[in-house]
Design a protein around this ligand. Structure first.
Ligand SMILES: Cc1ncc(COP(=O)(O)O)c(C=O)c1O
Length: 463
């Protein structure tokens, strides 16, 4: 192939993909005998593949990203206009869309004030880790450098973000890892019976106190930050138990530990508030975000901090090392903030936060109906349009169903033209949660179609 073929010549596209493209998170052996899937077009909640087959997308682009749905011309136009005016200049200078988007964003995040641009969730998290390390070196003789992360959470794909990864299958075979990252226990109440001494009442405070225990064991003077997802995503859609976040904030204040909240999935509307942490009335010190910032119309991620954190990087201007000595080449791409401005305007104009709350409630109710019908659904967890259904062999033992059966449900839905997700290569023996994250524009009809597909699939797989 010479690369000059027509983009409408789908069989050649498929062959070029088969011959040259290395897909993410994929075993390629099956593509020797079956065609790789090519997604050709999207509109609203739906995408079409190379065979013209329509799919209702219940996972917003596979990895909970396309929050405002496909085919948004107003975002495309905003990006086009900006690219013609100025596509790029390094982040040492500002840009018009960067400045406007920062103000719009900070307006939604009371108590925070500074936005650092980059282009992936992993990168944003890693920048947060770098800030913690730099603060430790400048102010605490390098001692207060440890970063705590939680069992079942995920913060990215680089070696260092995997060092902060609580999903052992994600990290397997990629060590050795970066030192100074310490694991703390998860807060999944449904599986609290697996945790020593977990109480039936007051689990949220107890689970937060398990983190305090680790801090005391490590020595609070060595711990710089605690990095948590507001609602754990790929680790099984874990909604926090009551009282958990309030106690977390108290603990961080008590031991002078920065609270870094990873909003890469929850960020911009997914749970029905702009950010997941805003359900719990707490103020983080650092917030990272990526996927929903521009709904995948451009690659953009942000690390947002308080003025207090920012000040630590400018309060000693006589020290030539006392500023954030970080570079993000593509953090200077203006397409990102241009898309993000319009993405945020769409969420406001179309009332998508409220729709997320309403449709999230509706879908949660429909999942509970399915749970009444299929006892293999042991637990339904949700916040807005971010939902999970954990599958177990029986409700007493809560033994996870075999991963291949979970994947069979996903595969059956795909056959029916509905794309759903499941925990995947995350947790050894516990990849047993079906995941749903439809775009924030979802209607009742869309949700009914998703639930009908799952219903049919469950009937066929579990009888
Ligand atoms: C909670 C969370 N943080 C960080 C990341 C990493 O983001 P990216 O893939 O953009 O590097 C992900 C990706 O799925 C995520 O779910």
């Amino acid at each position: 192939m010479d690369g000059t073929f027509n983009e409408n010549d789908i069989s050649r596209i498929v062959e070029a993909d088969r011959a040259h493209v290395w897909h993410h998170l994929s075993q390629h052996k099956p593509y020797e005998t079956t065609d790789p899937r090519i997604i050709v077009e999207g509109k609203g909640m739906r995408v079409w593949d190379q065979n013209g087959k329509e799919h209702l997308d219940a996972v917003s682009g596979g990895v909970w990203t396309v929050n405002v749905g496909y085919g948004r011309e107003s975002i495309a136009n905003a990006v086009r206009d900006q690219l013609i005016k100025l596509n790029y200049f390094a982040g040492s200078a500002g840009s018009i869309p960067g400045s406007i988007f920062s103000e719009m964003l900070i307006d939604k995040m009371p108590g925070l004030s500074r936005v650092y641009f980059c282009n992936s969730g992993s990168e944003a998290n890693e920048k947060g880790f770098k800030m913690v390390r730099q603060i430790a070196h400048k102010r605490f003789g390098g001692v207060k450098h440890k970063i705590l992360y939680r069992d079942r959470d995920y913060h990215g794909t680089t070696i260092t973000t995997l060092s902060a990864g609580g999903q052992d299958e994600r990290g397997a075979q990629y060590g050795p890892f970066t030192p100074g990252f310490i694991r703390v226990p998860h807060c999944l109440e449904y599986r609290s019976f697996e945790q020593d001494g977990a109480p039936v009442e007051g689990y949220g405070v107890w689970a937060a106190n398990q983190i305090e225990k680790v801090i005391l064991e490590e020595g609070p003077e060595t711990v710089g930050a605690l990095c948590l997802e507001p609602v754990t995503a790929g680790g099984g859609v874990i909604t926090p138990p009551d009282g958990y976040w309030e106690r977390i904030r108290e603990i961080c204040d008590q031991y002078d530990i920065l609270l870094h909240i990873d909003e890469v999935v929850c960020g911009l509307g997914r749970t029905g508030t702009w950010f997941g942490y805003q359900h719990y009335g707490i103020k983080p010190d650092m917030v990272t975000m990526a996927k929903g910032v521009a709904s995948g119309y451009a690659a953009i991620a942000c690390l947002v901090t308080t003025e207090d954190v920012f000040d630590k990087f400018k309060d000693d201007a006589s020290d030539p090392m006392n500023y954030f000595r970080d570079i993000s080449t593509f953090g200077g791409c203006t397409a990102g903030p241009a898309a993000a401005i319009e993405n945020m305007k769409i969420i406001e104009r179309e009332g998508l936060l409220q729709n997320t709350v309403d449709m999230g409630d509706y879908m949660t109710g429909r999942l509970h109906e399915l749970a009444d019908k299929y006892h293999v659904i042991g637990d339904v967890r949700s916040k807005g349009l971010f939902l999970g259904a954990e599958l177990v062999t029986d409700r007493e033992s809560k033994t996870p169903v075999a991963e291949k059966l979970v994947q069979a449900v996903v595969g059956d839905c795909m056959q029916q033209g509905v794309v759903i997700g499941a925990t995947n290569r995350s947790l050894p023996g516990k990849n047993n949660t079906l995941c749903f994250s439809p775009a924030l524009i979802a209607t009742k009809d869309d949700i009914d179609q998703i639930i009908d597909a799952v219903d049919g699939a469950m009937g066929r797989v579990f009888g």
